[in-house]
Structures are given as C-alpha cells and as structure tokens.
Design a protein around this ligand. Structure first.
Ligand code: GDP
Ligand code: MG
Length: 335
C-alpha cells in the first residue's frame, strides 16, 4: 500500500445517494467491474487531495449487515475481508432512524466510520433540523451534512475523514462493547462466544490484541445469536467451530426463553433502543414547515369528514358535465 493513501468504502441504504456521492468524489476517474463470483457491480475510483490518495469503493446498498441477500453478503464480506481503512456511511437525512441501524452495525465492526448526512436539501425543505454536533456526541462518530447531488459538503466530508482516520491511528480504537451494550442479560453470552472465536483467531496467529480482531469476534458472536447463516458457515470450519456453534445455540435458546421472543428480534430491539437514545434532542421537525401542495391536497381529500362529501361532489360534477357537454354532439348527431 502507498504511504499516504486511504482505502475507503462507501456504505449505506439503497437510494441514500452513495453512487451520487461516489461520482462527486471521483469525477470521471472510476473503474467498473464485478465482485468475484457474483453479478453485483463493483465501482472503484480515486481522488487526490493535499497529497493524499483516497481510494473509494462504492458498495451495494444494504439495510443491515445480516447476510440475507447477495448485496448484503458482498458488502459484508468486502468489509470483513478487505478491511478498508475507513467507511463513509451515506445516510438519508430524511429517514435517519432507519439509516442509523446500518451505521450502528458498521461501528460494531471496529472500523472508523464517518457519517455523511446526505439529502440535506430535502431535509431542510421538510423542516427536519439535525444538530450534527449533538448527534456526533451521542452516537460517537463524526457526522457531516452534505448534498451529494449538488456537490455540497464534499471538502468538509474529506476533512472529517482525515481527522477520524488520524484519531483512529492515535488511539486504541473503540471496542464493540463501547459502541453498544446489548444489556446485562445478553452480554454474558456474547462474551462467552466472543472468547471462543478469539481463541480460534489466536491459534491462526491473528493477534487477539488487535482491536479489529476483537470487534470482529464480537460482531460475529452477535450475528450467531441472530441466527445468521453466513456467520455460521464462516465459523463452522475452524478448529473449535463445533464448540462455537453449540454455545451460540445454547445462547439463542436461553434468550428466547428469557425474553419470550425470537433472539434476532431481541438483538434488533436493543440496537433500536440505542439509536432512539442517540436521536433524542439531536433531531427536530418543524411542525410549521412548508407542507407540499400534494400533502395539503391529500390532507383535505382524505379528511375523515370531508372525504365522502367531496367524493359525491366530484361524481355530481362528472354527471353534470356528461349531460351538458354531451348535449352538443347529441344535437349534431341527430341533425
Ligand atoms: P444509491 O442507491 O445509494 O447509489 O443512490 P443514488 O446515488 O443512485 O441516488 C438515489 C437518488 O437520490 C437519485 O435520484 C439521486 O439523484 C438522488 N440524490 C442523491 N443525492 C441527493 C441529495 O443530496 N439531495 C437530493 N434531493 N437528492 C439526491
Ligand atoms: Mg448506487
């Protein structure tokens, strides 16, 4: 790897504006190929700024890091196996709650993440005010407002990328447990499975002291408790694969009995609870914000009391028009 170059993955939900941002970042200098073995497109491009080369990869859009679809498998494998230096998570500012679900899981991987709050123009038009400094403080990563489609905020974003990367180099990094605690009932299971996975990585000489190996072990332990098939396959093959999977099965059984719900639902609820906490006070929606003409129309026409009279009124008008306007061709045809 070059001395002063950063490998950056662009991740985010579908339609959050990843490709638009990718194009704004790289201009025309990109390369389109395929990920090995699948038909999903792989786009790579570079940008040079202040003597640093940024190497971007535009990942397929995903909602979660659970490996259900081909897109999710590709994105997750890329992050786990290629280990980019940093991830830019592109978020749709008009739908932050759902978009942060992926962001939280990216953070659990122990890779530095910068949040690009995209669609800022749209959020502003809808009266959604985001206090990004506050959100950064409550969520634990840097956020930058951008409008990818107009190329706004790109330099600011790259400044934040530089500082986030520098900070990650100078600290030991953030463990998954600091990012999110799944609660006193689930944590002991995670720790147990995580320890088994780390022991396996150690025997392969992957240095368990590495913060990323630790975070990845915790991430995979959580995925096992979510009954993630790809995580099972990834871990089953190793020396203590059987031991890992049976610990996970035991954990799932206990959680489902203790919480009375599917384990994967319990884990996702804990993530959303963390997100709601982070959003508190960081996002305000102006009630008096400009409501679009379509929304005003909908509100009147769909009104509980007015809907039926309006509907009958329209039928009456159509009826009248049919006969008054219809009278002209009628007279003409008769003559
Ligand atoms: P991807 O699926 O994440 O790659 O999303 P795209 O880059 O294809 O963008 C999805 C749609 O959002 C496109 O129609 C873009 O033009 C639009 N879009 C992207 N960025 C912005 C933005 O900052 N503001 C607005 N209003 N639209 C945007
Ligand atoms: Mg795209």
């Amino acid at each position: 790897m070059e001395e002063n170059s950063l490998r950056i993955a662009l991740a985010g939900n579908p339609n959050s504006g990843k490709t638009t941002l990718f194009n704004a970042l790289t201009g025309a200098h990109h390369h389109v190929g395929n990920y090995p073995g699948v038909t999903v497109e792989k786009r790579e491009g570079k940008r040079t700024r202040n003597g640093r080369v940024y190497d971007f990869t535009d990942l397929p859009g995903i909602y979660s890091l659970t490996a259900y679809s081909e897109d999710e498998v590709v994105s997750r494998d890329f992050i786990l196996d290629e280990k980019p230096d940093l991830i830019i998570d592109v978020l749709d500012s008009t739908n932050l709650e759902r978009n942060l679900y992926l962001c939280l899981q990216l953070r659990e991987l122990g890779i530095p993440v910068v949040g690009a709050l995209n669609m800022s123009d749209e959020a502003k038009a809808r009266g959604i005010r985001i206090d990004e400094a506050r959100l950064s403080a409550t969520f634990g990563i840097k956020f930058v407002k951008i409008t990818a489609v107009k190329g706004h905020g790109i330099n600011d974003l790259l400044d934040k990328v530089d500082s986030a990367y520098a900070e990650a180099q100078n600290t030991t990094g953030c463990t998954g447990a600091e990012v999110l605690s799944y609660g006193a009932d689930i944590e002991p299971w995670l720790e147990k499975i995580e320890a088994l996975i780390t022991r396996r990585e150690n025997s392969r000489g992957e240095g368990a002291e590495d913060i990323r190996v630790k975070a990845e072990a915790r991430f995979l332990a959580a995925k096992l408790l979510e009954k993630d098939k790809a995580a099972e396959t990834r871990l089953a093959g190793g020396a203590n694969g059987g031991e890992i999977l049976s610990a996970a099965r035991e954990g799932i059984e206990w959680i489902e009995k203790h919480c009375g719900k599917d384990a994967e639902i319990v884990l996702s609820e804990r993530r959303y609870a963390r997100i709601h906490e982070a959003l508190k006070g960081a996002v305000h929606v102006d009630k008096a914000a400009k409501v679009s003409i379509a929304e005003t129309f909908d509100r009147v026409v769909m009104n509980r009391f007015l809907a039926l009279p309006i509907f009958i009124g329209i039928l009456w008008i159509v009826f009248q028009l049919t006969f008054t306007i219809g009278a002209y061709p009628q007279d003409w045809l008769q003559s």
